[in-house]
Design a protein around this ligand. Structure first.
Ligand SMILES: NC(=O)c1ccc[n+]([C@@H]2O[C@H](COP(=O)([O-])OP(=O)(O)OC[C@H]3O[C@@H](n4cnc5c(N)ncnc54)[C@H](OP(=O)(O)O)[C@@H]3O)[C@@H](O)[C@H]2O)c1
Length: 297
């Protein structure tokens, strides 16, 4: 059975990927940063722990990687982690003879976005450019927007307290949505399938227009949400430009960059590879909101 090395093992997605890999019988070796005793404990007994950082000297990382069949990276961070750290991880994989790496992409169609459209996507695009020519084959897993994240108040789409659903655009553009749990399942499938080497795996738990998402939220939660149209796609772009020019908190315009990629259609995944993974039965948006908004959740 395959040995999978997981970086970002203590993160939200990393922990779910490990559980999905274990359900499939894989042996998991997890990279845990020094001092993260709580994260280490949460991984349990059945995971082999390697202490380290993806920015460690590549020869040290290579020793930790020896014998692994594939690496899954679910790290999060800035350029030092996503570009430099993952390039270092790839270089260590080359030394250790690990043939495949799934980088920490897990996003909209970053391969269709241009540099400048989305600063976080840019980091991943630059990382991918640095991987070119390596004997280690990469597999990019793209999954659309995480419903768990979209449901957070900071995303400014849904405000359960005020009872509002706010959107940009005409509301008719189809958008890809996935849960983190389903994304972990697809990632485990891709990790254990050598045929994904060098490919992009595009998956989505649900494809809905923004108006359909609004309806799915209402049906799932059993609550009415008043729709508020904030402006068109061009006005959204102007708002992002204005916030950047004003030196606003980057978090504010980064989230709007994701929204722009969704409602403009530029971040749409096409074609989807769901049919390659019939064993993964994803949770749709309505069911997600039924569970997330149930009194027992
Ligand atoms: N599509 C979407 O809507 C969406 C939404 C959210 C996230 N994502 C993507 O999903 C991926 C995972 O995100 P997440 O929310 O699960 O992240 P997270 O919970 O913040 O976890 C990040 C992980 O990376 C580890 N890490 C950070 N720097 C590291 C380093 N230098 N060396 C080794 N490990 C390092 C962290 O370790 P510590 O625990 O020690 O800090 C942690 O395990 C990212 O690519 C993110 O962009 C996508």
């Amino acid at each position: 059975m395959s040995t999978v090395f997981v970086a970002g093992a203590t993160g939200t997605l990393g922990r779910l990927v490990i559980a999905s890999l274990q359900r499939r019988g894989a042996t998991v070796r997890a990279l845990v940063r020094p001092g993260n005793t709580e994260g280490r404990r949460a991984l349990g007994q059945d995971v082999e722990i390697v202490e380290g950082d993806i920015r460690d000297p590549a020869d040290r990382l290579a020793r930790a990687l020896e014998g692994s069949d594939v690496i899954v990276s679910a790290v999060q961070g800035g350029a030092d982690v996503i570009i430099d750290g993952q390039a270092n991880l790839l270089s260590a994989a080359e030394r250790a003879g690990v043939p495949r790496l799934i980088p920490s992409d897990f996003s909209l169609a970053i391969d269709r976005l241009d540099h400048g459209d989305n600063d976080f996507a840019d980091l991943r695009k630059k990382a991918a450019e640095s991987f070119a020519g390596s004997p280690v084959a990469t597999t990019s897993v793209l999954c659309g927007a995480f419903l768990e994240v979209l449901n957070q108040p900071f995303y400014n789409w849904v405000d359960w307290r005020a009872g509002t659903f706010s959107y940009w655009g005409d509301g008719d553009q189809p958008v890809d949505f996935s849960t983190m749990t389903d994304t972990a399942e697809w990632t485990a499938e891709a990790a254990l399938d050598p045929a994904t080497a060098g490919r992009t795996v595009r998956v989505a738990g649900d494809v809905l227009t923004v108006k359909e998402l609004h309806q799915a939220m209402e049906r799932g939660s059993g609550r009415r949400l008043q729709a508020r149209r904030l402006g068109g796609v061009r006005e959204l772009k102007a708002e992002i430009d204005r916030l950047q020019a004003d030196g606003a908190d980057p978090f504010a315009w980064l989230l709007l960059q994701y929204t722009w990629a969704m409602v403009s259609g530029k971040g749409k995944l096409d074609p989807l590879d769901n049919h390659r993974y019939p064993g993964v039965r994803p949770t749709g948006a309505e069911e997600f909101f039924r569970q997330a908004m149930s009194p027992s959740a």
